[in-house]
Design a protein around this ligand. Structure first.
Ligand code: NA7
Length: 546
């Protein structure tokens, strides 16, 4: 580390995305001297970087926004039901200005290391520029989908054309007009980008390794006066949101999962009923059955029916067949799209099904696969993230005894107590850490609870509760067991399912599904009971305070 003298704060927040902004505000309101360190040159985090064509949130604006301030709610107007990236970026800039947050944020400052000093009970934080900062508390607001996954394809640097990444798309945008473009990846990002890119590019080649289940998005601008009507009912909207399993009670990508339970069983439906469902509701009609997620045979029927629904939209039978997943519905985060399947009927769009021959290398002229070569001007990677643990693993985070957090997660999997702390790393709080509900819920709602829990905990310690708090290894192990108990034997741990939810999208990462799916209300109740002491009266049970 450098020789610069370390500056002292009461708390350091890493990241100025939507979690970091609220953390700063909340801790500052409590009278702490807070510093936010942010690698980028502006606020926004994920919503600053993921500015690819078609980028849009899949949760309704009035629920994917801060609920902690009535003023923010009343002063901001959402234009669209599901906000697009530019609108969310503008909103986060509005919040940063309105709450005067920028004065405590250092931009262009990447944290590369942090180490817990056991004598001083504080963290020493080092930046890429060699600056040092010290604080008793660190809040890692580093995001769950913020560490880009390197596609790891040989020859990438030999390509003569332009390489773009959805998760660090150029600020100024990129004109695809007249270009031969490849989109690699058909997760949520690829599925959003593909219809928009198809309209711009001369020709679009979609490189698909795994097909997606995707349902028609309800995205639309709010009708005139519609948002104003909602704004006057924020109290009611937030109350409904608070008791919703996924932290969203209105329109969201999760709606289908929430509604399914009320429908008849696919297993016992007649052939006629099945066909009528896809006639009336398209691909949705294949999945809206109560038994699809719980009965593997119903799951197989649903996949077959889904294939029939796709074949009604996509004219070329080979392309239609390639667009049908080979894994069950429900084991990946749901995807919604605007005109995805219709896009494959365009003359300028070609689906390259990598299941029939994988990518072998990138050459100066394009992509070579085992089934042929494609000449390209632009390759847009929509290949995803090293989720949940990636961002902190890329920082040299050292806890007690110099143990490295990245090593711990590599060896033991993404362990954590409540998703809020990792044993051995005192006074380091992780917002939306593994083991929390965030990956399978409205990120914003889950985040607000985490920030408030952390802020209350810090207040308790500063009021004389102690100088360090750390998760007990036994509590952490029990928590992970509990998290896993919800999903054991379920579709969520299906062996054919590789996704950021279970880490199987990252080569070499330990496969482990560590999202709490017991619902946000129950999770909040648990966390709050643990903080308050519950029956035992011992506050922060499962943590050691000293
Ligand atoms: P995802 O959901 O992880 O999707 C990434 C896609 O990229 C997926 O189709 C992958 O195929 C594909 N991929 C990844 N690496 C490669 C390589 N090397 N070659 C070919 N294809 C590849 O990321 P997203 O950004 O779409 O979405 C992440 C979340 O952001 C989403 O759930 C929302 O919550 C917001 P695979 O499935 O691994 O075979």
């Amino acid at each position: 580390s450098g020789s610069a003298e370390a500056r002292r704060y009461d708390a350091i927040v890493v990241g100025a995305g939507l979690s970091g902004l609220y953390s700063l505000h909340r801790l500052r309101e409590q009278g702490l001297r807070v510093l936010v360190l942010e690698a980028a040159d502006n606020v926004g985090g994920t919503w600053l970087f993921n500015r690819y064509p078609g980028a849009r949130c899949d949760i309704e604006s009035v629920e994917y926004s801060y609920s902690f301030s009535a003023e923010l709610q009343q002063e901001w107007s959402w234009a669209e039901l599901l906000p697009g990236q530019p609108e969310i970026e503008a909103y986060l800039n509005f919040v940063a200005d309105r709450l005067d947050l920028r004065r405590d944020i250092r931009f262009d400052t990447r944290v590369v290391a942090m180490a817990f000093d056991e004598e001083d009970a504080s963290w020493l934080v080092e930046t890429a520029g060699g600056e040092l900062f010290v604080a008793p508390f660190v809040v890692a607001a580093t995001g769950i989908l913020s560490a880009p996954l390197d596609p790891g394809i040989p020859g990438l640097d030999t390509f003569d054309g332009t390489v773009l990444f959805s998760n660090r798309f150029p600020r100024e945008g990129f004109d695809l007009t007249g270009k031969r473009v490849a989109v690699v990846g058909t997760g949520s990002t690829g599925v959003q980008a593909i219809p928009v890119v198809a309209e711009q590019a001369e020709h679009l080649y979609v490189f698909q390794r795994s097909a997606a289940y995707t349902l028609p998005s309800p995205a639309r601008p709010y009708e005139p006066g519609e948002f104003e009507g909602l704004r006057s009912r924020y109290d009611e909207i937030r109350a409904a949101q608070r008791v919703a399993h996924v932290g969203a009670a209105r329109t969201s990508a999760f709606s289908v999962l929430v509604d399914m339970a009320g429908f008849p069983a696919l297993r016992t439906a007649s052939r006629e009923e099945r066909l009528r469902a896809v006639e009336e509701r398209g691909v949705l009609g294949a999945l809206y059955w109560s038994d699809v997620l719980v009965d593997p045979e119903a799951g197989r029927l649903a996949t077959a029916l889904y294939g029939e629904a796709v074949a009604r939209i996509v004219r070329d039978p080979r392309t239609a067949a390639s667009l049908v997943p080979t894994y069950p519905f429900g084991c990946k985060r749901p995807i919604i799209d605007v005109g995805y399947y219709e896009t494959f009927n365009r003359d300028n769009v070609t689906l390259v099904d990598l299941r029939a021959g994988a990518i072998e290398e990138i050459t100066p002229t394009g992509i070579r696969t085992a089934q042929g070569s494609y000449d390209l001007d632009v390759i847009l990677f929509a290949t995803g993230f090293d989720a949940l643990t990636g961002a902190l693993s890329r920082i040299d985070v050292r806890g007690r005894g110099g143990a490295l957090l990245g090593d711990l997660w590599r060896d033991e999997g993404p362990v954590s107590y409540l998703g809020l702390q990792v044993a051995g790393f005192p006074n380091l709080f992780t917002i939306q850490g593994p083991g929390s509900p965030s990956a399978a819920s409205n990120f914003l709602a889950a985040m607000e609870h985490h920030v408030e829990w952390i802020a209350n905990c810090v207040a308790y310690l500063r009021d004389g509760g102690g100088s360090t708090i750390e998760a007990l290894p036994s509590a952490q192990a029990e928590w992970i067991d509990e998290v896993l108990s919800f999903v054991t034997g379920s579709v969520l741990v299906h062996p054919d399912c590789n996704s950021w939810w279970n880490g199987a999208n990252v080569p070499g990462k330990k496969r482990m599904y560590t999202t709490y799916v017991g619902g946000l209300p129950e999770y909040r109740r648990r966390c709050d009971e643990i903080a308050a002491g519950g029956d035992t009266g011992v506050r922060y049970s499962g943590f050691k305070i000293s």
